[in-house]
Design a protein around this ligand. Structure first.
Ligand code: FUB
Length: 327
């Protein structure tokens, strides 16, 4: 058990953690991170350095309480369809069941998205024997809306292979669009009532600028790269994501969970390390950003640590930009 966390400091230091998906379940905060491995293997744009093999769940009663590590809740060896790289997960609650959604490479080397279930938010999680039919790419994030419909958002470029799925089927030579063409958007699908499959077709989300023109692939300060997250505030859907090559967390808003979304601004300026990945959650009367950086390993990209900080809205609903290293 670790001490009570401080804002902008690692939540835990006994393991490397990343990609935090935070939720309030049963009145407590639960964080579903990736569990980074401490290794010196190859590092490349394909993401081979992110060689994670299991998931841990972290939780805390509130921000004044110690962080509990619930230990290993799911391991690669127990997932029949997966071969390697358990990347950024998310969790959801519906039907009195907790669902863990996670990406991994299948036995052909393609990223797919799987589901595992538990009676407890702290796991352990029992994986389905196969990945979600029709799933691809990485970084699932699930929103259970006020009407109890559940939407799954996902996608990521480069190692996450999204550009290889732009036609709907896998093309090993698939490329990002030209700089002046619309960028690839994250994907969204409605989840079936039992949360184990997609209902209807996977759709691409359009992200547009203030004039309604699509954000282009060359607009690397604003285009989607990976790590989609959707939360709801005052009746608006907020889609936030990483810009990858420019290392920002940015957001866009819509009245419809499936978009189109209008680009609004930057949530978090670049952190130490290449990747930036986050979640946004309301706990009691405040909002929080959970994110990661590589400060715990002094800058090693694949040895990251999860942190949190308060997130504030302006009166017009825009989000105040956060500096991860204040003062
Ligand atoms: O943790 C592995 C990958 O790095 C995630 O899936 C991406 O979002 C990036 O954080």
């Amino acid at each position: 058990m670790e001490k009570a966390p401080k804002q902008n400091q690692p939540l835990v230091t006994h393991i490397f953690t990343a990609d935090p998906s935070a939720h309030v379940f049963e009145g407590r905060l639960y964080i579903y991170p990736s569990h980074d491995l401490d290794h010196d293997g190859a590092s490349n744009d394909n993401g081979d350095q992110y060689a994670m093999e299991d998931y841990h769940v972290l939780s805390m009663d509130d921000f004044d309480s110690p962080v509990v590590d619930h230990g290993e809740v799911l391991h690669l060896r127990d997932i029949p369809w997966a071969s390697k790289q358990l990347w950024a997960p998310d969790a959801a609650y519906k039907n009195n069941i907790y669902y863990l959604f996670f990406p991994a490479r299948d036995h052909d080397g393609n990223f797919r998205i799987g589901v595992a279930t538990s009676a407890s938010p702290a796991g352990p999680f029992n994986p389905q024997p196969d990945y979600i039919p029709g799933s691809f790419s990485i970084d699932p994030a699930v929103l259970v809306d006020d009407d109890n419909r559940a939407y799954i958002y996902f996608g990521g470029l480069w190692g996450g292979q999204l550009e290889k799925w732009s036609t709907g089927t896998f093309n090993p030579n698939g490329k990002e669009p030209a700089a002046d063409e619309p960028a690839l958007g994250p994907r969204v699908a409605l989840l079936s009532e039992d949360m184990l499959s997609f209902e209807g077709a996977v759709q691409e989300i359009s992200i547009v600028d203030e004039n309604g023109s699509p954000i282009t692939a060359g607009d690397e300060d604003r285009r989607f790269f990976e790590g989609p997250w959707v939360h709801k505030y005052n009746g608006w859907y907020y889609l936030s994501y990483s810009t990858g090559t420019t290392h920002k967390l940015v957001y866009a808003v819509s009245r419809n969970p499936m978009g189109p979304y209008t680009f609004k601004g930057t949530i978090l300026t670049p952190v130490i390390g290449w990747t930036t990945h986050h979640s946004i959650v309301q706990f009691r009367d405040k909002w929080y950003l959970f994110y990661h950086d590589s400060s715990l390993s002094e800058g090693v990209n694949h040895k990251r640590c999860v942190k949190y900080t308060e997130l504030r809205y302006n009166e017009d609903g825009t989000i105040q930009t956060i500096d991860p290293y204040p003062g």
